[in-house]
Design a protein around this ligand. Structure first.
Ligand code: SF4
Length: 296
């Protein structure tokens, strides 16, 4: 859950001269989430220029990107080719090879990914045309100019007519539950924006976990979406306050503090960060090693 620092709670709304439009904070869910996870990581990613060097690519990111692109391209082919037999070609043509320990590990990851996809698409109706696939949705609030790319936005019948449903694909090791769907600020912001872009209700958000073939669902209300937007605005105010303080000469290490934790081992900037250097490094392929085991 985004946290509001005591300092930022005391920072007034953006001041600005009367009658002048106020500057909106341009953001994606990833940008807000990065600050919430660790303000220092936010600074390394979005503020410091030149940015500190990143570590090597991660195999799990390569796998996730490959599966996402295959599903995007599955919807791009004509409906008569939306069959499991198309998947090897789709997956192979955009497979990302970076980060794996060796070719054998990469082959195992490819076979696993293909099996997940084959199971997944058998549950899809090839005639369905989603409202959007990897679709950017954007909207503004009093504080945010938000944009984000949703994996898929479905059109489904609702009580009052067609509704939009946000679908997010997941390929990580652990299964997900309704709490994950409920707590995801990214999904809520996509739903909030999709309502405005498509001019129809959008309250349902779904996490589709391909390795287990399970779906975690949450039905938002207008109130719960508004709460998530308000939290996102709090985070944006925190970020703007920190950036403004640094621009006025404050110490960037103080304004963007480290937040050491379990994410440090997976952080791209671990080697540049004083807190990260105290954490044991993960191998780029650590998060896909379980796929090599029979139960993986
Ligand atoms: S290593 Fe940890 S504390 Fe440092 S920037 Fe990354 S997540 Fe933050």
């Amino acid at each position: 859950m985004p946290r509001t620092s005591p300092r930022s709670a005391a920072v007034p709304e953006q001041l600005g001269f009367a009658g002048m439009p106020e500057r909106l904070f341009v953001c994606t869910p990833s940008k807000l989430g990065t600050f919430t996870d660790c303000p220092r990581r936010y600074r390394y990613t979005y503020v410091d220029r030149p940015a500190p060097p990143k570590g090597p690519p991660w195999a799990h990111n390569s796998l996730g990107a490959s599966v996402h692109t295959a599903l995007k391209n599955w919807y791009a082919v004509p409906s008569d080719r939306r069959v499991a037999e198309s998947l090897p070609t789709l997956l192979k043509s955009t497979w990302v090879r970076e980060g794996y320990r060796d070719v054998e590990q990469e082959r195992i990851a490819y076979r696993r990914s293909l099996a997940w996809l084959e199971t997944y698409v058998r549950g899809l109706d090839p005639l369905d045309e989603p409202l959007g696939v990897e679709r950017v949705v954007a909207t503004k609030t009093a504080v945010l100019a938000f944009n984000g790319r949703a994996d898929r936005i479905d059109s489904r019948p609702g009580e009052q007519g067609p509704e939009a449903v946000i679908v997010d694909y997941k390929t990580g090791r652990s299964g997900l539950d309704a709490d994950d769907a409920r707590g995801s600020q990214a999904l809520a912001l996509y739903a909030y924006a999709a309502q405005r872009v498509f001019r129809r209700p959008c309250h349902r958000v779904e996490l589709h976990h391909l390795p287990t073939g399970t779906t975690a669902v949450h039905e938002h209300t207008d109130e719960s979406l508004a709460r998530q937007v308000a939290r996102a605005e709090d985070t944006a105010r925190d970020i703007m306050a920190a950036e403004k303080a640094v621009a006025s000469g404050a110490d960037p290490d103080v304004e963007f503090p480290t937040r050491p934790g379990s994410l440090c081992g997976w952080c791209d900037f671990r080697r540049s960060c004083p807190a990260g250097q105290e954490v044991a490094a993960k191998e780029p392929w650590s998060a896909v090693e379980h796929l090599e085991r029979p139960s993986g």
